[in-house]
Design a protein around this ligand. Structure first.
Ligand code: C2E
Ligand code: CA
Ligand code: CA
Ligand code: CA
Length: 279
């Protein structure tokens, strides 16, 4: 038997050593990734929820981090963000991401919205308010165009600090959305307690819309609940016209997903941001 980091005992498995070595190497590589210019951003369009793709006007983008590893190729953020979180690298990386996103959006001829993900460590341990404030000034991005996405897990750790941070961020003029709503231990009291502007319904519910009636009931309820609290609702992971039509019919405000567009370098959406034809 072997001791794992969380203090649980498990049977010895050779693959475990390999996984730990992989993570350690990946961590070393990640610490050089910013300096080496291996990190970049992909932008995924967000549209108004209407009956057809043509009517679902694009009004903003979510920025998503991408890592092009020199040997492994593209590494998924689902893999490298947690490594960056645990090692504290996320603070430096998150700062880079936020600055790049704001700089990029400030350069668009059209004043589109832009959303960026804040990780729990970045939110709870860094000076996130000071950082957002100084980057807005530095880049000249209008605060009203920036949206910060956080997951509810962040707030569970320290309710009072979470609430104070959200209020201070909002006083800068940026908007806050609750990401992945419904995926964790979402409690309704969080929605009442924290001043979110927007709820992002987790992809899992959208994926199951056509398959089980419970998902449809939940999505409908979240839309009503959010509107009752004067929050706007966006659905994530919209892949089909049936899903889009359902969301439009139920009064969902926004949609994001492969149906409207995949996360791509902004050059692919040049026309949408007013920079002429897409490359
Ligand atoms: P997320 O914030 O929930 O981002 C949405 C994820 O869903 C993205 O995965 C996106 O590519 C994917 N997606 C969007 N539309 C569809 C669809 O129609 N179908 C399917 N199957 N997937 C769709 P991605 O880019 O791999 O990012 C994964 C997660 O990594 C993100 O989940 C977020 O939690 C984290 N992440 C990505 N970029 C950043 C970042 O810059 N900072 C932080 N802190 N986390 C990030
Ligand atoms: Ca997100
Ligand atoms: Ca999400
Ligand atoms: Ca997610």
């Amino acid at each position: 038997a072997k001791q794992k980091s969380r203090g649980t005992i498990s049977l010895y498995q050779p693959e475990m050593d390999q996984q730990i070595r992989d993570r350690r190497v990946l961590h070393q590589d990640l610490s050089k990734a910013i300096k080496n210019g291996e990190l970049s951003l992909a932008f995924q369009p967000q549209g108004v929820a209407r009956n057809s793709v043509a009517e679902s006007e694009i009004i903003g983008f979510e920025a998503l981090a991408r890592w092009q590893h020199p040997v492994r190729g593209q590494v998924s953020p689902a893999e490298f963000i947690p490594i960056a979180e645990e090692s504290g690298l996320i603070v430096e990386m998150g700062e880079w991401i936020l600055r790049e996103v704001c700089r990029e959006a400030a350069s668009w001829p059209k004043p589109m919205q832009v959303a960026v993900n804040l990780s729990p460590a970045q939110f709870m341990h860094g000076d996130v308010v000071g950082l957002v404030h100084s980057i807005l000034i530095e880049t000249g991005l209008a605060p009203g165009r920036l949206e910060l996405e956080i997951t509810e897990g962040v707030l569970i750790e320290d309710f009072d600090r979470g609430l104070a941070l959200l209020r201070r961020l909002k006083s800068l003029g940026v908007r806050i959305s609750m990401d992945d709503f419904g995926s964790g231990y979402s409690s309704l009291s969080y929605l009442q307690a924290f001043p979110f502007d927007k709820i992002k319904i987790d992809r899992a519910f959208i994926m199951n819309l056509g398959r089980n009636p419970q998902s449809a009931a939940i999505v409908r309820a979240v839309i009503d609940l959010g509107h009752g609290l004067e929050m706007s609702i966006i659905a994530e992971g919209v892949e089909t016209l049936d899903q889009l039509a359902f969301l439009a019919k139920e009064g969902c405000d926004g949609v994001q997903g492969y149906l409207l567009g995949k996360p791509l370098p902004i050059g692919k959406y040049a026309d949408l941001v007013g920079r002429g034809e897409a490359m």
